[in-house]
Design a protein around this ligand. Structure first.
Ligand code: ADP
Ligand code: MG
Length: 222
């Protein structure tokens, strides 16, 4: 549709802008950090606040960088089992902090996929982070990996978190849509871009106060 066209043009424009903006912000940021360290000796309180703000900018820039990266990365034959394992290991401290347990259930016959491994890892990290952050009192995340008829790989992340209302569900993945005080609203947008770039699909189902289910579908290497 016309609307979808305009949307996808907007998104690719954002991707191109992101590359430029990210590089323009990076250099002064690095220089600022250096000077802030020098200042610290004189006024530690102000400097702590400044450092926090700088870290936040840094985080936003890193998320933007993911948008700019595709041109620098290569498709490789990859083992989904290893991708998932390394992501879970990486997120263990974050999960622990939120009192969250990640349970994994993987089919025996998971074949290789053809992908940009760092990008798929980034997707899994973003989605698992959202799931962890949705459970204020802790809980369990179910992560399943399925081989559907040797055609499609399905990775499903299901949480028992706050969920999201039906009217907001359609806004997920729009740039800058966030309900978090320190959120960027870029995580899901990056995920969708990456998965669509891999000829896959990402769908989200949610029930408020019950939880959210994010499903990633990727083609299996032939
Ligand atoms: P951010 O995490 O920085 O807010 P995202 O793009 O990752 O940005 O997510 C956008 C919004 O989607 C979140 O602020 C939240 O409202 C909603 N969301 C995403 N994942 C979940 C989830 N698992 N449970 C509940 N809400 C979610
Ligand atoms: Mg997020």
């Amino acid at each position: 549709s016309e609307e979808a066209m305009i949307r996808s043009e907007k998104l690719s424009l954002i991707g191109q802008l992101a590359a430029g903006i990210a590089h323009d912000i990076r250099n002064p940021l690095t220089s600022l950090k250096g000077f802030v360290h020098l200042l610290k000796a004189k006024n530690a309180d102000y400097v702590d606040v400044m450092m926090e703000e700088l870290e936040h900018i840094n985080y936003v820039v890193n998320e933007f960088m993911t948008l700019a990266k595709p041109h620098l990365s290569y498709y490789l034959e990859s083992n989904p089992r290893e991708l998932v394992r390394s992501v879970i290991a990486f997120l263990q401290p974050h999960a622990h902090l939120y009192n969250v347990q990640i349970q994994m259930d993987m089919d025996q016959d998971i074949p290789a996929i053809y992908c940009i491994p760092d990008q798929i890892k980034q997707v899994l990290i973003n989605i698992l982070k959202n799931a962890i952050e949705s459970m204020g009192n802790g809980g369990v995340i179910q992560l399943s990996v399925r081989n559907v008829l040797n055609q499609r790989l399905i990775i499903c992340v299901e949480d028992q978190g706050v969920g999201i209302s039906e009217d907001k569900l359609t806004q997920l993945g729009e740039p800058f849509f966030t309900t978090k005080t320190n959120g960027t609203g870029l995580g899901l947008m990056v995920c969708k871009r990456i998965i669509h770039g891999h000829n896959g699909d990402l769908t989200i189902q949610s029930k408020i106060n019950h939880g959210t289910k994010v499903q990633i579908e990727l083609p299996i290497k032939k």
